[in-house]
Design a protein around this ligand. Structure first.
Ligand SMILES: [Fe+2]
Length: 169
C-alpha cells in the first residue's frame, strides 16, 4: 500500500503533493501556506547566526497567527456541518498550538530547544494531520454533498463550497 504521505529525507523540506488535497480549494491553499511556512522555518533554523535566530522568531510568530486563523476556519466549517468528530479534531488543533507555543518559550529561554527537532515535529504533525484527520472531515463533506437536497447540511453546504471567508494572518 502506498504511504499516506511522503517525507523527503534529503533536506527536510516538505513538498506539496496533490494527495494532500482535502477537496476544498481554500483549505488546500491554506495547507500549502502552512507547508511553505514550515519550510521557511526549517531553512532559518539550519543556520546558527543572530539573523537566522531573528528570522526564526518572526516566522514562528507568523506561523502561530496563520495556524490559529486556519484552524478557526476549519472548525467553523465543521461546526456548520455538524461534523460528528469535531471535539477530537479541535483537541488536536489545541495540542498543536500548545506545542508551538512551548517551542517558542523554549527558544526564548534557550533551554531544551533543538530547532531541527522542532521543525521536524511541525512537518510530521502537519502532514499526518492533513492526510488523516483533515481527510475525515473532507470525506464527511463529500458525503454531505452526495446527500445534498435531502439532509439538514444541504443548505449550509452552499456557503462552504470553496467560499470560506479567509482572514489574512
Ligand atoms: Fe485540522
Amino acid at each position: 500500500m502506498e504511504p499516506l504521505y511522503s517525507v523527503p529525507e534529503n533536506n527536510g523540506i516538505i513538498r506539496w503533493d496533490k494527495r494532500f488535497s482535502v477537496g476544498i480549494p481554500v483549505i488546500d491553499e491554506q495547507h500549502k501556506n502552512l507547508v511553505n511556512l514550515t519550510n521557511e522555518l526549517f531553512l532559518s533554523c539550519i543556520k546558527d547566526t543572530d539573523s537566522a535566530n531573528d528570522n526564526f522568531k518572526k516566522i514562528v510568530h507568523k506561523l502561530v497567527l496563520y495556524t490559529k486563523n486556519h484552524f478557526s476556519i476549519e472548525e467553523r466549517i465543521m461546526e456548520t456541518l455538524n461534523f460528528p468528530d469535531i471535539a477530537t479534531h479541535k483537541k488536536e488543533h489545541e495540542a498543536f498550538i500548545k506545542q508551538i507555543l512551548q517551542g517558542v518559550e523554549d527558544f526564548s529561554r534557550s533551554s531544551r530547544f533543538v530547532p531541527n527537532k522542532f521543525v521536524r515535529y511541525l512537518r510530521d504533525w502537519i502532514l499526518a494531520h492533513i492526510a488523516m484527520t483533515d481527510k475525515r472531515y473532507a470525506d464527511y463533506i463529500v458525503e454531505c454533498k452526495k446527500r445534498r437536497g435531502s439532509g439538514p447540511a444541504a443548505g449550509r453546504m452552499q456557503k462552504h463550497d470553496g467560499a470560506v471567508p479567509v482572514k489574512s494572518a
